[in-house]
Ligand binder design. Sequence first.
Ligand SMILES: O=C(O)CCC(=O)C(=O)O
Ligand SMILES: [Fe+2]
Length: 278
Amino acid sequence: MVVELARLDPDASKEQVLHHLAIDGGVIIKQMLDADTIEKFKTDVAGQVESQEPGAKTGGDRTVEFWGHQTKRFTRLGWRSPTFEQILLQQMMIDVCDHVLLPSCDDYWMNTGQMMIIGPGESDQMWHRDAGNWMTLCTPTSPEVTVSCMYALGDFTADNGATRVVPGSHLWGDYQQAPAQDQTAIAEMESGDGMIYSGRVIHYGGANTTTDWRLGLHVSFVLGWLTPEEALPLSTPWESAETMSERAQRLLGWRSYGVRSRLWTVDYEDIPVAFDRN
Ligand SMILES: O=C(O)CCC(=O)C(=O)O
Ligand SMILES: [Fe+2]
């Protein structure tokens, strides 16, 4: 039996996307990003793609393994690319996050915008759930704390490291249970396609047995009362965030959080007001 994720057309409705996300924990949407946006973004980050060394420089054994010895990762995308704001605000992803995350927070922010470039010779990543970052909030009864999208900036194939996903594993009663091969889908995608997935679904980057690099762009969001993976305002300085929309500024940590709660403030004010930068 071959396990597959649903593959929706670009004009799929939010309801369709949410339907498959609820059942499988992941769903592929064709052409979430257009070719022009991808070209611009790839041009913006080309130098870093080239110069970035594979593998982690810091972290414990688990982090080093998780990162991948033949995988290049880097962030700071709002600073590195003027095109990133558009990707950050991709409408379907925002619609999905509004639906999934807003019941548990006044607002959410970016967790990380991270290039994940799996190189030749990389082996399968360890299986995991992204919500595991927030430890006690990664249990069968936890609310959804994070939602991710993996955008293919080049083709994702079974051989070059396409993300592996275990449909339905977000609903398992035992989060210690290891997935079996025949429960695992291969998220093969064409450049521009995106896979939206729950923070509670088991997945991992695949091994790359080809001679090419797999170009993935991961953009994820997390409840505004949790610490994101990326130190957001340090990654995207005000000089880069200044010209962005208010929504993008909030997603990148340049605005405060809360209506019922009040978080991430300066002088207990909204950040740009405190700095007289409104
Ligand atoms: O690169 C991939 O396909 C997935 C990587 C991943 O899941 C992660 O690093 O959290
Ligand atoms: Fe992951």
